[in-house]
Write a protein that binds this ligand. Structure first.
Ligand SMILES: [Zn+2]
Ligand SMILES: [Zn+2]
Length: 88
């Protein structure tokens, strides 16, 4: 039965290699994105907005969050409050 065991081992090793690859290269849905800060972009909250929100790109899959992060939400909320306050 050595050949069967060998084949099972080969299958297991192939699975390990596949999982390692998935962890290092994605899918990031399972392992999570490896976000890297690449710069800021205008938040565009309103006409007078001059806020900059951080944009990140995943080092593994190249996906971008397009500045749609919790951090950006806080910046936009703060900007809106200031804007509404200035408008009266
Ligand atoms: Zn990713
Ligand atoms: Zn703004």
């Amino acid at each position: 039965m050595a050949t069967t065991l060998q084949r099972q081992l080969d299958d297991a090793e192939a699975t390990v290699e596949r999982l390692k690859l998935q962890i290092t290269q994605g899918p990031c849905i399972e392992a999570g994105h490896a976000w890297k800060f690449v710069g800021g972009k205008n938040a565009g909250c309103n006409d007078t907005c001059s806020c900059s929100v951080p944009v990140h790109v995943c080092e593994k899959c190249g996906d971008s969050d397009y500045g749609e992060t919790d951090e950006a939400s806080v910046i936009r909320d703060r900007c809106r409050l200031i804007y509404e306050h200035e408008e009266g």
